[in-house]
Design a protein around this ligand. Structure first.
Ligand code: FAD
Ligand code: NAI
Length: 486
């Protein structure tokens, strides 16, 4: 007789593991199945985010920024440091330790919350036993275990989008896993794709001394970002030595040998160009991961791009089967995956108790984005080009970090914050930031939007002085042309 659960979750990334904890907190008998193995071949919970994504990338961004500050910026503060050098293996070991602590932490959270954790690949079979029982096969190392569950949450995440020309070997041509595991700084680093991964990974290795060239297919830089922020970002990034960004390119061929990689491409003027580098990172987006899930047999509906089709409550076309995170539509962000995981757990609980579903559908408009470059970029809500395209009349308030006392004291004066508010109602429609620590400042903007604040609501709040948060305050005041310090 196979084990039977109220809820079975396939995938233990930020979508799956958070859903599992919430289901267990709500009193449901929960199992979470995950197949991830780390470089040592050991089961490791946390999915892409903890193993080869959010956490390790931020660990290396922090280490490389500290090195860069010590080498180039401390002297501006009168702090003289001689012979600064980067010990890359130490940085990588530190990053690995942080990852191991967190992945083990999820195992502890599972234990504490009584979530059963099974390692292996989960396959959702056709419903066979009865109308309210799903069967899942879990295979690991040639053995297969079968479990039953009333509800199933699919949280199988995403994989790097492959580029036909450049098979990843993680020696010369790297995906995000390889880019996070280099043990020495390449002298010349190529990056295909000026998206979030390309910019963050490019930043790490540039700060440590690589000459980085980023090749981007789109005609403009960061086209999903507010165009003024994107322009400012490009200006700031390319002023720093060691970074070139070419947009509007088209890759023609890539040859990797033992020592170098040669990329042939045409530039924005259609001229043939060659880039020779020591390592190449390919970061051209990610694709949903449904391999091995059994979609060929169980009738689960996918869209034309391979995402599991869900409604606004993350319900698939199969009864009592839900899907969350990168494997469904919407931004591929850890906090979006977790938010969906919690919402689904609560929806299942309401259903079990015959209560109406009191949850709101997740509002993608209040999900923040952060790009952890230096300076950081962060935004929530609509940008100017989106508002123009939608024909919405809006007002703009903007304030630069250079006029902020705390930013001056820190020596981090690049960038600005911009508040976009409805012309008639003053309701905040979007907030866009580029500058120091905006990854932290964005939360106030998210809260404002979540509570449907007006720009004047933000303007009425007392912000501590001197603090970077005053830049948001002044930008909000600026919507009504009453900024004080400019
Ligand atoms: P995943 O984290 O991908 O987890 C899916 C899990 O399911 C994996 O463990 C996988 O092994 C397992 N699985 C798949 N199929 C099966 C199966 N059939 N059986 C059993 N297990 C299975 N997002 C942010 O918000 N902030 C960041 O700073 C950030 N940085 C990133 C940096 C990098 C380099 C990358 C690559 C991504 C980053 N992301 C970031 C994106 C973030 O990692 C993803 O949005 C998030 O991990 C998605 O969570 P998920 O639970 O949907 O899937
Ligand atoms: P991305 O979608 O952010 O960027 C990919 C870039 O590659 C785009 O600019 C695209 O135009 C370009 N591109 C596509 N095909 C190309 C080609 N053939 N030649 C040249 N350029 C090409 O994807 P990325 O950077 O791979 O990241 C995937 C996702 O992971 C992100 O969208 C994001 O959701 C998540 N992520 C989030 C982070 C964060 O929140 N800070 C950090 C890293 C990743």
């Amino acid at each position: 007789m196979s084990e039977s659960y109220d809820v079975a979750i396939i995938g233990a990334g930020p979508g799956g593991y958070v859903a599992a904890i919430r289901c267990a907190q709500l009193g449901m008998n929960t199992v979470c199945i995950d197949e991830w193995k780390n470089i040592k071949g050991k089961a490791s919970l946390g999915g892409t985010c903890l193993n080869v994504g959010c956490i390790p990338s931020k660990a290396l961004l922090e280490s490389s920024e500290n090195y860069y500050q010590a080498k180039y910026k401390f002297s501006h503060h009168g702090v003289m440091v001689d012979n600064v050098s980067a010990d890359v293996p130490v940085m990588i070991a530190r990053k690995d330790k942080i990852v191991n602590t967190f992945t083990a932490g999820i195992a502890s959270l599972f234990k504490k919350n009584k979530v059963k954790s099974i390692h292996g690949k989960g396959t959702l079979l056709k419903r066979e036993l009865s109308a309210d029982t799903w069967i899942i096969n879990v295979s690991d190392n040639g053995t297969t275990e079968t479990i039953q569950a009333k509800h199933v949450i699919l949280a199988t995440g995403s994989n790097p989008r492959p580029l036909g020309f450049a098979p990843i070997d993680n020696e010369m041509i790297l995906d995000n896993s390889g880019a996070l595991a280099l043990t020495e700084v390449p002298k010349r680093l190529g990056v295909i794709g000026a998206g979030v991964i390309g910019l963050e990974m490019g930043s790490v290795w540039r700060r440590l001394g690589a000459e980085v060239t980023i090749l981007e297919a789109m005609p403009d830089f960061l086209m999903a970002v507010d165009e003024q922020v994107a322009k400012e970002a490009r200006n700031i990034f390319t002023k720093e030595p060691g970074l070139k960004i070419h947009t509007g390119i088209s890759i023609k061929s890539i040859q990797a040998s033992e020592k170098t990689v040669v990329v042939n491409y045409s530039d924005s003027g259609n001229q043939a160009q060659t880039l020779e580098i020591d390592k190449l990172i390919v970061a051209i987006g990610r694709v949903p991961n449904t391999t091995g899930l059994g979609v060929e047999d169980n009738g689960l509906l996918l869209d034309e791009r391979g995402f599991i089709v869900v409604d606004q409550y993350c319900r698939t076309n199969l009864t009592n089967v839900y899907a969350v995170g990168d494997v469904v539509r919407g931004p591929m962000l850890a906090h979006k995956a977790s938010e969906e995981g919690v919402a689904v757990a609560e929806m299942i609980m309401h259903q079990e108790k015959n209560q109406s579903n009191e949850n709101e559908a997740i509002n993608f408009n209040t999900i923040p984005w952060v790009i952890y470059t230096s300076p950081e970029i962060a935004w929530v809500g609509k940008n100017e080009q989106e508002l123009r395209a939608a024909g919405i009349a809006y007002k703009v308030g903007q304030f630069p970090f250079i006029a902020n006392g705390r930013a001056r004291a820190m020596g981090e004066t690049s960038g600005f914050i911009k508040v976009l508010a409805d012309e008639d109602t003053d309701r905040v429609l979007g907030i866009h930031m580029i500058g120091p620590h905006v990854s932290e400042l964005i939360s106030e903007a998210v809260m404002a939007m979540k509570f449907s604040a007006s720009s004047q609501d933000i303007a009425c709040i007392v912000h501590a002085h001197p603090s970077l948060s005053e830049v948001l305050h002044e930008a909000a005041l600026g919507v009504d042309k009453r900024a004080l310090h400019i």
